[in-house]
Design a protein around this ligand. Structure first.
Ligand SMILES: Nc1ncnc2c1ncn2[C@@H]1O[C@H](COP(=O)(O)OP(=O)(O)O)[C@@H](O)[C@H]1O
Ligand SMILES: CC(=O)N[C@@H](CCC(=O)OP(=O)(O)O)C(=O)O
Length: 299
């Protein structure tokens, strides 16, 4: 009798799989856009976990599309080359030289690294930037900032910082339908012929909107949006986000992240989730279990 008693650990594994079945059935054929942040990709072990998660999504019939960042890696390269860099409202002021370096780091090294990880996990990834096949057309971002000394709004020139104005997602749907996993660097051409550096969150949100994605995940290095006393805010709508920005709770790199979540849900994405990329397999837990993780942004 005892010889045939099921091992409880094996049973638990089987249960995990059967628990995931309704989610697999619900999401088969849907598109999930995943933004993989530069801060989340530091650890090779976590990068392997991330690649396995993406390949698993593809294997169960979901179409994952990866948009990556690389802010810290661009920063490190600029430092090595002795180029000064500064951020205004979470965006890197980008002169022509910085734009060239950002493209080299994002579309060159990081993009191919992610493609390699997915390949090693058994997936077929194709690495492109917003330039390929006219995927994204950018225009120059204009920002104004309050000048406390003069009490006026002052225009800030961010240089070659772009925002998507048009997305032709046909290359992505074609690649996905053929079994490929698109991996996208946040660099695009403007109609003016210039190369633009685009915040990766903004790029991912525009792509999620254009694809009509069911889910939009942003993997970063914090558990989600935190309150002033560092508690995780699990559920946010656009009104609450505006208040948290206004009182300074949300600052720096979290600003483009929440703005892009709001834009994505406005564009028809069902839900956007800001997740901790440092937690192994955080995306799988969010998708295939009842345990919600991170901050859910919805209408
Ligand atoms: N309210 C907030 N909750 C969580 N993180 C915040 C908040 N306000 C600012 N941040 C900052 O935003 C950072 C995430 O943005 P960013 O550094 O651009 O990440 P990524 O490289 O993953 O895109 C966090 O590490 C944190 O320092
Ligand atoms: C205009 C702008 O700020 N572009 C970003 C692009 C990379 C990025 O967004 O990377 P993360 O997602 O890792 O922050 C930059 O130059 O850092």
């Amino acid at each position: 009798m005892t010889d045939h008693a099921p091992d409880p650990r094996m049973l638990a594994k089987a249960e995990t799989l059967t628990d995931a079945l309704p989610y697999m059935q619900r999401y088969a054929g849907k598109t999930f856009v995943v933004k993989y942040g530069g801060h989340a990709m530091g650890d090779p072990e976590l990068a392997r976990d991330f690649a396995e998660d993406v390949v698993l999504l593809k294997a169960v019939g979901i179409n994952p599309v990866v948009v990556h960042g690389g802010g810290p890696q661009i920063g490190a390269m600029l430092k090595r080359l002795g180029v000064q860099s500064q951020f205004v409202g979470g965006l890197r002021v980008t002169d022509a030289e910085t734009a060239r370096i950002a493209e080299m780091v994002l579309a060159g090294s990081i993009n191919k690294e992610i493609v390699s990880w997915i390949g090693a996990a058994g997936g077929k990834a194709i690495g492109i930037s917003g330039k390929d096949s006219g995927l994204v057309t950018a225009r120059k971002v204009t920002r104004s900032e309050a000048d406390p000394l003069q009490g006026i709004e002052r225009h800030v020139d961010l240089g070659f910082v772009g925002e998507p104005v048009a997305v032709d997602a046909s290359v992505l749907t074609t690649l996905s339908a053929q079994g490929f996993i698109p991996v996208i660097a946040p660099i695009a051409m403007g109609a003016d012929g210039h190369t633009y550096n685009i915040n990766a969150d903004t790029m991912a949100g525009a792509i999620a909107g254009a694809l009509g994605a069911s889910r939009f995940f942003l993997l970063t290095d914090v558990p989600g949006v935190l309150s002033k006393d560092k508690q995780l805010l699990t559920d946010l709508d656009p009104g609450r986000i505006a208040a948290l920005k206004a009182d300074g709770t949300i600052s720096g790199g979290m600003i483009p992240k929440v703005e892009t979540c709001v834009a994505a849900v406005d564009a028809g994405v069902d839900a956007a989730v800001i997740l901790d990329g440092r937690v192994p397999h955080s995306m799988l837990l969010e998708i295939f279990t009842t345990q919600g993780a991170g901050t859910l942004v919805h209408r």
